[in-house]
Design a protein around this ligand. Structure first.
Ligand SMILES: NC(=O)c1ccc[n+]([C@@H]2O[C@H](COP(=O)([O-])OP(=O)(O)OC[C@H]3O[C@@H](n4cnc5c(N)ncnc54)[C@H](OP(=O)(O)O)[C@@H]3O)[C@@H](O)[C@H]2O)c1
Length: 245
């Protein structure tokens, strides 16, 4: 049976994607940092009972060798890679805690490039496959409130755009997912406007639809596309004066 590799499989959005994609006749490699916690979580929820999965270890901060080993284990069966790894972190902390700022960049970008590149090279040879990465609208313009995270997501967006162009001729789909606010543990500390905050299940459905329609970019909720269309065009001399955004 063809398989899907989910990186960051314990993420709230990833778990909803697992439910949504389980109807696509796929088996799953679920890669996460805490295998035991994910196993317990899946066993407790009856929605996961009929899903064929294997849990593997993945940490974006692990060595290149570890990432290569993981890819070697799954590459013959995997036809879809979904990456839901992310670390928002505390922007204020990242101002002064330089080690932490570096970690935010690594978890959201540089730590993911090796495994995504390995998938890209395999899929290019097979002339088939889908690479789906959950990035963020935060990468569309740097803002004082989250620019370390945002800059890593911006790098990811640029990486995926280039990868998409490279792999287009091989028929490999590269899909960038751009959520705005999503009600997950990542932003549990934050009060966000209800009308702009998606449920993880909603994002999962948007991802599934985008996958089936072989989309390049998916905004979730779609209204964010309009918001950031405007935000991107605000001149820098005005943008730098805006507060609380
Ligand atoms: N929630 C939002 O408002 C929002 C908005 C835009 C984009 N996103 C993006 O959506 C994706 C999924 O996030 P979520 O909202 O579902 O939040 P989440 O539940 O906190 O998921 C983030 C996942 O990233 C994993 N992770 C963190 N550091 C890692 C590392 N070093 N190596 C491997 N995995 C690591 C976490 O693993 P553990 O379970 O082990 O902690 C967690 O499973 C992320 O890319 C996030 O940036 C979220």
């Amino acid at each position: 049976m063809p398989s899907m590799l989910i990186l960051g499989a314990a993420s709230d959005i990833a778990l909803e994607c697992l439910k949504a994609f389980s109807l696509q006749n796929l088996s799953f490699y679920l890669a996460c940092r805490d295998k035991k916690a994910l196993e317990n979580n899946l066993l407790e929820d009856k929605d996961f009972q009929n899903i064929n999965y294997k849990i593997l270890h993945f940490d974006a901060l692990d060595s290149l060798e570890a990432h290569q080993k993981l890819w070697n284990e799954v590459k013959d069966e995997v036809c879809v890679v979904l990456c839901a790894v992310g670390l928002l972190g505390d922007q204020k902390k990242a101002r002064t805690d330089l080690k932490f700022a570096k970690e935010v960049i690594e978890v959201n970008f540089t730590g993911l490039v090796p495994i995504l590149s390995l998938a890209a090279n395999t899929f290019e040879k097979k002339r088939a496959g889908s690479i789906i990465v959950i990035s963020s609208v935060a990468g569309l313009r740097g803002r004082a409130s989250n620019y370390v995270y945002g800059s890593a997501k911006a790098s990811m967006n640029a990486y995926l755009s280039g990868l998409r162009q490279r792999l287009h001729a091989s028929g490999v789909q590269v899909m960038t997912v751009l959520p705005g606010y999503v009600a997950t543990k990542m932003i549990a500390f934050k009060k966000t406007p209800k009308c702009l905050t998606a449920k993880p299940s909603e994002v999962a459905q948007d991802i599934l639809k985008g996958y089936l329609k072989r989309r390049d970019l998916v905004y979730s909720r779609p209204f964010w596309k309009l918001i950031f269309f405007v935000v991107k065009f605000i001149p820098e001399f005005i943008f730098k004066r805006l507060k609380g955004f």
